[in-house]
Design a protein around this ligand. Sequence first.
Ligand code: HXC
Length: 260
Amino acid sequence: MTYETILTETRGAVTLITLNRPKSLNALNSTVLAELTDAFAKFEADGSQLCAVLTGSGDKAFAAGADIKEMSDKPAADFYIEDFFAGWTADIVKKVRKPWIAAVNGFALGGGCELAMMADFIIAADTAKFGQPEIKLGVGPGMGGSQRLTRAVGKSKAMEMCLTGRMMDAEEAERSGLVARIVPLGELVDDAMKTAATIAGMPPLAAMMNKEMVNTAFETTLDQGLIAERRMFQVLTATGDKDEGMAAFVEKRAGNWKGR
Ligand code: HXC
């Protein structure tokens, strides 16, 4: 598949995916969805790739939302019949078991904020702005914003943001737990790629299961989550990389991971 709206490159074991519609502030249309789904599927299937970074081109926006121009004339019945937006969550979140990071370089609004929140974590530029302004268009979030934002920052802030459409700046987003870290805009992609390389340098099965463990916290009760964590821990103890990791520690050397 030749991409029109995204760019992809690999650097070592890290895949960099860049939303590339800067004139529309990287608005997310159906072509972006199809291309992102394809790029993430390739990343997932490529055994040499262990972590990914998603960012936006230009220094203004990660993504200013779903493409309003594409949606403005669409009849309501079509949104329902197509189960509009279902693909984003089903294909990008559920099917990608390897870790990936959103590097938010500016506006992350509506679907842009929701896409960033689908990542395993967010690193924000100091210029980043997050918001769910869909109410101003007469709708509401449709790609998980009301659910993921609420889990990330709590009811009061999520409710205020959804009801007023106000944006949160990077400082507030970090204070509220929405983003892991803030870095200067000029250092954002390098920093995210370095962080991704650190993750890619970990035992790969352990990285995937650590991701699954943390995500389980959002899906289940504490008791069930604790059992799931324990089982995954026990499975990891059966891997060669666990023997290698413990031997490497004792021998004071770096581990040589096999992903088995
Ligand atoms: C389509 C968009 C867009 C979007 C920006 N553009 N956001 N096109 N969909 N979501 C386009 C503008 O039309 C404009 O194109 C160009 O990008 C530059 O944007 P400006 O508005 O001129 O820039 P600026 O004045 O700096 O304002 C930046 C902004 C503003 C504050 C981010 O663009 C904005 O409010 N955008 C919409 C944000 C939003 O509502 N997001 C949620 C979308 S809805 P031209 O051709 O004029 O130069 C959603 C989910 C559900 O995500 C929706 C169901 C209906």
